[in-house]
Ligand binder design. Structure first.
Ligand SMILES: Nc1ncnc2c1ncn2[C@@H]1O[C@H](COP(=O)(O)OP(=O)(O)OP(=O)(O)O)[C@@H](O)[C@H]1O
Length: 308
């Protein structure tokens, strides 16, 4: 699939010298949902702002729909909708006008049918004449999405769409995102929530310290999550893994009191039975066994720790 957004060696140093982006490369495919996962201060908002032309990079280049964000700013900005983290709506304005004005700001001719369609799609149809101040927090977030879609962008950036939102509303937002994807919009969202990335993304990018550490298909991540670990507690510490068990690639704990065996739950055989027999044959006595499923969270925490 062709890239709709292409980010090459992107750098951003803020005045004062702090480098929030340190050479980011990222290809976003048309029609996908990409989740950018990263801890506070990782550079997610800076990356989005730079692609949207709000923040000027100090190095590298970005194209959107083939246009350069610096030399063809207008063309790229027209292709992008941005849903910001903060709710910044005019409280006394109606929902319809809020969204329709936003379209006007992009120089697009008035199109009430289109605005009504997105309001319906976001379940705001019956609120179109309500004032913003009369809406719940969840509805205000939907208005932000409607505003971002008002000029018919092809790419939608959602910056922490469900931060501070309750579980039910979060699921609601996930449904909205899935519907937008079905309507052909490419979606990039930033999130702290690993389960959010797991639930809705096609691909997941992990960002930390201004660098993209990994971008992977969610299904590949699922395959990684298929890995399980068996922790074997021993009655006596071992100084090293016995040579007879070398084939199992066991990890020895620092105190020598346990060994961890990693196996693939998707495989035909786990190898556990033979391992336990070989352990006994090597003269080791077990006091306990524990299994642990590695999750996207483990992968994420491990990656972020490595680069901390
Ligand atoms: N205008 C600015 N001037 C100086 N430093 C900034 C500025 N904006 C952001 N930073 C710094 O750049 C780093 C990345 O910030 P950014 O907001 O992009 O992170 P983030 O991943 O979006 O974090 P969060 O999840 O907390 O929103 C942070 O260390 C932040 O303090």
């Amino acid at each position: 699939m062709p890239s709709i957004v292409s980010v090459e060696n992107l750098r951003k140093a803020y005045p004062g010298g702090f480098e929030a982006l340190k050479g980011v490369n990222l290809e976003i495919e048309e029609g996908e949902i990409l989740a950018l996962l990263g801890p506070n201060g990782a550079g997610k908002t800076t990356l989005i702002s730079t692609v949207c032309g709000i923040t000027v990079p100090t190095g590298g280049s970005i194209t959107v729909g083939g246009f350069d964000t610096l030399t063809d700013y207008r063309a790229t900005r027209d292709l992008i909708g941005l849903v910001p983290q903060e709710i910044n709506l005019e409280p006394f304005e109606t929902v319809f006008n809020t969204v329709s004005f936003s379209r006007g700001l992009f120089g697009k001719p008035r199109n009430d049918d289109y605005i009504n369609r997105i309001l319906d799609q976001l379940s705001l149809g019956d609120k179109k004449n309500s004032k913003i101040m009369a809406l719940s927090g969840g509805m205000k977030r939907r208005v932000l999405i409607a505003k971002a879609l008002s000029h018919e962008p092809r790419v939608l950036f959602l910056d922490e769409p469900t931060a501070g939102v309750d579980v039910e509303l979060r699921k609601d937002m996930w449904d909205v995102v899935a519907e937008l994807k079905a309507a052909g919009v490419t979606i990039i969202l930033t999130t702290h929530y690993i389960e959010e990335a797991e639930a809705i993304a096609d691909r997941v990018g992990v960002i930390n310290g201004g660098q993209i550490l990994l971008v992977q298909d969610k299904s590949e991540m699922m395959a990684q999550m298929g890995q399980k670990q068996l922790q074997i507690s021993l009655s006596e510490a071992v100084a090293e893994v016995p040579a007879a068990l070398a084939g199992y690639e066991l990890d020895r704990a620092d105190d020598g009191l346990s060994l961890t065996y990693t196996y693939d739950t998707n495989g035909e055989r786990t190898g556990i039975t033979t391992l336990l027999n070989d352990l006994a044959a090597a003269g080791l006595t077990m006091t306990d066994l524990q299994t642990k499923q590695s999750s996207l969270e483990d992968i994420f925490v491990g990656l972020v720790k490595e680069t901390a």
